[in-house]
Design a protein around this ligand. Sequence first.
Ligand code: ZN
Ligand code: ZN
Length: 105
Amino acid sequence: MSRCSFCDASPVQWHHVCGRPSPSAPYFNEIVIALCGRCHSREHTVLRRLGLEWLADGSDPLAHELARLALLCKRLADEDDSWHVGAGSLREVQQLTLRAVEVLA
Ligand SMILES: [Zn+2]
Ligand SMILES: [Zn+2]
């Protein structure tokens, strides 16, 4: 059984780390981590506060995805917690990183 990446509680919901552009749009990718209901709603509160819940008009989708991924890495590192990622997530992180390399190189 999957456990919450922050507090080890279960059951979990799968949080899409990079989110989606708007409420009815498809997700950017399938990078998902396990979060309990309490930690999941806290993450979305943080994302809203930082203006990262949705893709703002005119902003770069790749930069948005990377910002959300980086934020989560930092929050997990600050609390010394480990990733409980969904199947295929690491491969998608790899692909996102490679896209960033192509753009930034
Ligand atoms: Zn939790
Ligand atoms: Zn979520």
